[in-house]
Design a protein. Sequence first.
Length: 625
Amino acid sequence: MCGIVGYIGPSEAQNFLLEGLRRLEYRGYDSSGLAIVGRDGTLQVCKAAGRIDTLAGKLRKEHLKGSTGIGHTRWATHGQATDENAHPHFGGEGEVAVVHNGVIENYASLRERLIKAGYEFHSATDTEVIAHLIADCLSKQQAHSWDDQHPHGRFAPLVVAVEQTLAQLKGTYGLAVTFREYPDVLIAARLGSPLVVGIGVGEHFLASDASPLMGWTEKIVYLSEHQLALITPDHLKVIHRDKGDVQPHFQILEGEATSMDLGEFQHHMLKEIYEQPNSLRDALRGRLLEDEATAHFGGLNLTPQQLRQIDRIVFTGCGTSFHAGLVGEYLIEEFARIPVEVEYASELRYRNPPMSHNTLCFAITQSGETADTLAALREMKRKGHATLSICNVVDSTIAREADGGIYLHAGPEIGVASTKAFTSQCVVLATLALYLGRMHHLSFAEGLRLIESLRSLPDLVEEALACNDQVRQIAEKYYECDNFLYLGRQYNYPTALEGALKLKEISYIHAEGYPAAEMKHGPIALVDQRTPSVFVIPRGAVFDKVMSNLEEIKARGGPIIAVANEGDKRVAEVADDTLFIPKADEFLYPILASIPLQLLAFHIAVLRGCDVDKPRNLAKSVTVE
């Protein structure tokens, strides 16, 4: 939800920290700040409410000099977005600085205890409790006599102080700590909120995901749950709460910093919408087998025999990933004839639904760090069910904790409103439906037909993108409306939900998605001349039924925007505005129809003057409950 960066080495820390925060701003942009241990023995700080540009403006006037430092970009959980509540926070008399992702659930009782002990609080955050606790524990450790032969050397008091602090915390954290009296060390710790260490030559980097490290290092270490990292310029030591010192697992950092650049586009969201033909090709690459009329996945870690025994599948996710799961429900039940249930992860983690032993749980997530989805996955594992992930981020927590999984290969998605990750999730689910279907009753000929359709999809999406100029014109007609309805049936019902979500997320317009036939059971009362209805109505098994629903809205004076097949005159004659998508197999329409809906949300948001890539109150990776 928030972003962390850290640096220790021979260079000026501010350079990496500020650039790293810019790359992490999609994770949180209410406020930001840096703390750097100065060469004069001071702990310097610069914090600012608002976007990174505000912090950068301050730093141009008050450059922080030093080669060890931490930084943070915040999405507020406790306390408003103010300079005082921005991280880093300080403990004691300013001898400790902390940045923190996550939520400390018992912060109120800890805060009360620390106030009674004489500690003064300057913010409304839960994080300041951590800083004061570390300072308190450190003051007690420094009163002891430490053996020079201690495994942690002269940093033993620091490690013990942090460990004692963590033992008192209830909740989640990814945190980084600097010390005024120890300019040559950083400490990081992780429980429920990701951290990755970048390995350099005579320097180390720290971040809450790998994106800030691209271009700075090629070798990384992901911290696991209950691990603490003791980081100096020349050395990395990883300590597990229960196991002591553990060997770091070094990996090669894949990707390029240029993949996060805007290129010719002014917004990441529009860039990512236009990247979808290629992201879909990448999602399909190497997974379609014409010789066997099926699909292939390398990371499921379940044998065909085990998969044939599955008698129920549960998809769990949040937001856009939940909508992709609904598409997957239609796909797998049609092609594989396996019962599927889609559960909000935030609800599944607290429910105790009856599930057969042969239930398979899929966690669907773009980031692989979504707190609710991770908790739901762990609950399913605890009950003995096989768990798989559909995820975009390699080596994310969910990808590592699931028994196996499928990567999307969609590349970095910076815009908060998910676009290419959604369509990649849908195409992966379609490929999975083909794979499971061929294990059961799906014929060779039908399998080949599905493969041909899937191979044609990226080119069809390129055709669909040609509607961009027309979408902009339609947006100019409706951007001042305050309410939208999105309607579809069967495969296109999840598309309607997703279209409404996109509009809500980035334009702040109230929008609701419904199964089209449900309109007459209550929501039709909302229809008036200022409430456009967006119908997803390509040709298919229920086309005539949806057309009747469209006519019901038209008869009551509601403006209609239709997403229909190219050349569909029947729809165009009734709708006020029609956006056309190519003809295709019906199971591909959730992907094709989402293109004009993404563009519609984008252009309306731009016309309303909204920050498309960083909508208010939202962050890309929701790592808190």
